[in-house]
Design a protein. Structure first.
Lengths: 188, 188
DNA sequence: TGGGTCATGTAACCTGTTACATGATTAG
DNA sequence: CTAATCATGTAACAGGTTACATGACCCA
């Protein structure tokens, strides 16, 4: 969890379908939450069983039927009680495969490690660009268009940007240090 | 995954027990990997079934028997092929409950949000201190005591520190912005 | 004619968490 | 006397991923 509360949160103002919700997660909210379509559908189903959502089928002529979900009072209550808990976890989940690999790379060739870090750096830069491009994209899909919502959305975007920047700076610094070690060794 | 490769990596130089390995993960390597003891035992079992590890039982008089695992050639091969893949994922796993909550907090009272952010800030500071304290702790437990290993370990520690710092800066900036919005509104 | 978008789902699988069970030794 | 540490495991569950199935419509 909590994909569950993410879905309730997105549905709290507007009804929507599994397809739309999963697009929203994977396109607009993608750097703080992702979800597989299959999981979204399953979770919506469960939420309906629990009485937090109700659905109706909307027939279309040119595309498949849509199952449109809307939130119930119980659903709103569930969402709000989840939000009320005010010791929000910072969630540094401490499970970073990149660092695990880096740590073990201690007994690899320094050249190789530096090479890999440089490649990684390239990929981080790319992601950073995508993130900057994504900025301002939320307005069109979003469940809310108010200034307040736009502000909060752009602040979450900023969070992502800062964390990525920190990684970039770490990589640059690390490359510098490892290159230093390399020269030192070859110089002796 | 990959707890699996983490275990193989730690066992690649020295044999060890489930108990020791799980302590290592949760004490020394804890800000880039954590693992439940139960999971470590299960995974070691699987790795033995797969032929990547072998174990022997060591009888002790004062404490329970220890099951000591050592890596096989197949295990080393498995580890190395995992390390060889050189497109190391940066792994910004994009699943951040804190940000999900923050995003939805757009329609909460600003005072409340600022309050929560300040509390969160306190917790982040605490964690930062723990991280700084943990620095230099690896040498005693670690599977390797070489300079190279210490350097790499301290670089991973630095990574964690930088990411936490970035979060702290984001919180400070965000509090400032939200306080600005608040004054603006009350001023009109 | 081939690939992308719309649209919904099921089933198997993998990973990780929580709770439980056992039992001796040792430090405060 | 109590709590922690050493030491190993099982079972149930929760959460998320991958693969698969279906089928029409639209654009190049």
């Amino acid at each position: 969890m909590s994909l569950r509360h993410g879905l309730l949160g997105l549905l709290r103002h507007h009804e929507s379908t599994g397809y739309e919700l999963s697009k929203l997660f994977n396109e607009s909210l993608n750097y703080f939450w992702k979800a597989q379509m299959s999981q979204v559908y399953q979770e919506l189903n469960k939420l309906e069983d629990l009485g937090f959502l109700v659905s109706r089928s909307v027939v279309q002529d040119k595309s498949p039927n849509r199952r449109v979900y809307s939130i119930t009072d119980a659903g709103i209550e569930e969402f709000q009680s989840w939000m009320r808990a005010d010791d929000w976890d910072i969630g540094a989940s401490a499970r970073n495969i990149f660092l695990l690999r880096f740590f073990f790379a201690a007994d690899r060739n320094l050249d190789e490690v530096i090479e890999i870090l440089k490649k990684t750096r390239g990929r981080i830069c790319q992601r950073l660009e995508e993130m900057i491009y994504a900025k301002g994209h939320y307005g069109s899909h979003g469940p809310e268009g108010s200034d307040r919502h736009r502000l909060f959305w752009s602040l979450t975007a900023d969070f992502g940007r800062r964390v990525v920047m920190a990684r970039l700076e770490w990589i640059d610094e690390t490359i510098k240090i490892l290159e230093g070690v390399e020269n030192e060794n070859s110089g002796i």
